[in-house]
Design a protein around this ligand. Structure first.
Ligand SMILES: Cc1cc2nc3c(=O)[nH]c(=O)nc-3n(C[C@H](O)[C@H](O)[C@H](O)COP(=O)(O)OP(=O)(O)OC[C@H]3O[C@@H](n4cnc5c(N)ncnc54)[C@H](O)[C@@H]3O)c2cc1C
Length: 475
């Protein structure tokens, strides 16, 4: 390919790496000098109410690494704070660029923002080049025989796998072309305070940061991938990859991960590949059914379910004080680390909707504020799955029993004890339902319920018929 563009601007967004990067690869091959930039988009930042948000610090570390890597080869990363609709055209002018390169974003806000920028640039004959990078297959790449989007996972997955096997996975090796990075020096990286934020507890939660951190996690997971199918449902076992935040911000490449899964060729790796395909599945749902981005249920008939929405119960759920140890442990993991194990996300989302009778949208919002890996597509997909309002969701009458889930997936209570230390003295049986054992013999029980740890805020058996009636009314 000729590099017939003189200067171009590469805009990094949720693709914070310099390897296997589609837009960077294309920009480097088509241009004589590529300027890389990142904008802290104040329209997004303004909505973040928690000032020590872990995600901002995660991004900050990733940018620091990219800036250092670029500095090592004579280039730099331009970092600005403000509205990209104004800043991108102004950077294009400042650096005399004749093209903008970026990887596509599939969320409504970003699509509209990017369209505005593209239109502004077009007026000055500046071309915008957009690429698929976040997902393996996007939008309408995998359709049913009737050319409509899939709404059921299994046939989608089968077709996805067929396409992977037929087409292979193309990676974008930027290394040989990095000679075309613009040689210049920019101002130093702003502090978190300059961006309007402050340090979080990210450095104490043992989360490897940046592309290097992503590589560390990949290396570690490769030694465990063969057991993924056996271990992935147990929060007390190191069974999953913990790569979701890196997928969210693109500090690893999804094609790289898919290749690892394919090359490993074990039951564990194919189960893991399925999870990467779930990710693509929810991205295509977001693109093809955009109404879900506006707080609407995937299935319209469930839009106005008559939830009880009791604020005290919601607050107890948020704090991890429901009296259901597995739920409380998961919520406390979320609050203290920003991560929650997938099995717990399912149990806890189901519990909020079907035991507490609270609108799934309240839970979705809380997760969106606290999850370090928050992704609109997967979060909405997960919540609507648990709430039985989504595509390919669990049926409304299928209601997780938190006690059975706890006994099955944290049999020794190891995970519960880590996050609910007041239950430390309870044995394997007591830990899952302390109130039952306490009520039998309050004076001999190691802790005092109601003081040391709450009684259950609802009775699971009594809630079940209520939620079924609620759905039946709307069906
Ligand atoms: C209510 C609910 C909310 C969720 N919210 C999010 C969210 O905001 N962001 C997010 O990335 N995931 C979300 N998930 C999916 C899943 O829980 C996380 O991706 C997973 O726990 C991350 O851990 P891991 O990286 O170790 O995953 P692994 O088990 O190692 O899986 C590998 C990768 O596959 C992807 N993945 C795995 N499971 C799913 C899934 N069910 N849907 C979509 N992608 C998946 C993730 O990118 C993950 O990193 C949610 C699930 C539920 C039930």
């Amino acid at each position: 390919m000729n590099n017939n563009i003189n200067n171009s601007l590469l805009w990094l967004r949720r693709d914070l790496r310099l390897y296997d990067h589609n837009a960077l690869f294309q920009a480097l091959r088509k241009s004589k000098a590529v300027y890389c930039c990142f904008i802290f988009d104040t329209k997004i930042l303004e909505k973040l109410k928690i000032k020590n948000d872990r995600r901002i610090e995660f991004i900050w570390h990733a940018l620091k690494e990219i800036k250092e890597d670029l500095n090592n080869i004579g280039s730099d990363l331009i970092i600005e704070i403000g509205d990209p609709v104004i800043l991108i055209p102004s950077l294009i002018k400042k650096y005399k660029c004749s093209a903008l390169f970026l990887n596509k974003d599939y969320e409504k806000y970003a699509i509209e923002r990017d369209k505005k920028i593209c239109n502004t640039l077009q007026k000055d004959n500046i071309e915008t080049y957009k690429y698929k990078d976040q997902v393996i297959f996007e939008e309408k790449e995998i359709l049913t025989q009737n050319n409509s989007p899939y709404t059921v996972f299994t046939p989608y997955k089968n077709n996805h796998l067929k396409k992977i096997f037929n087409e292979g996975i193309t990676q974008f090796d930027c290394e040989p072309y990095k000679i075309n990075l613009a040689q210049f020096k920019n101002k130093p990286l702003q502090s978190l305070e300059d961006i309007g934020f402050k340090a979080s507890n990210i450095s104490s939660i043992n989360l490897p940061l940046g592309t290097k951190g992503g590589r560390t996690l990949i290396k570690d997971f490769k030694t465990r991938i063969k057991n993924y199918n056996h271990h992935r449902n147990f929060p007390g076992i190191k069974g999953v990859s913990y790569l979701s935040v890196h997928n969210r911000f693109g500090t690893v490449s999804i094609r790289h991960l898919a290749k690892i899964a394919l090359e490993h060729n074990s039951e564990g790796s194919s189960t893991w590949l399925n999870e990467l395909i779930w990710r693509d599945f929810y991205f295509q749902i977001l693109s093809n059914f955009p109404h879900i981005q506006e707080g609407k249920t995937f299935k319209p008939k469930y839009n106005d379910l008559k939830f009880e929405n009791d604020l005290d119960k919601f607050n107890a759920w948020k704090k991890g004080n429901t009296g259901y140890p597995i739920v409380d442990a998961g919520m406390r993991q979320l609050n203290s680390t920003g991560f929650m194990h997938n099995r717990l996300r399912m149990i806890i989302a189901c519990f909020l909707v079907k035991d507490l009778l609270i609108d799934w949208r309240w839970g979705e919002k809380y997760f969106s504020e606290h999850l370090i890996d928050f992704d609109l597509s997967a979060n909405n997909g997960g919540w609507q799955w648990a709430a039985s309002t989504g595509c390919d969701a669990q049926p409304y009458f299928r209601i997780f029993n938190p006690l059975l889930q706890s006994e099955k997936f944290d049999p020794d209570g190891k995970f519960i004890k880590k996050y609910v230390p007041e239950l430390e003295l309870l044995n394997k049986k007591e830990i899952h339902q302390p109130s039952v054992f306490f009520n039998k013999s309050p004076n001999n029980f190691p802790i005092k319920l109601g003081t040391d740890y709450p009684f259950p805020i609802v009775n699971h058996a009594l809630q079940k018929p209520k939620v079924i009636a609620l759905f039946k009314d709307a069906s």
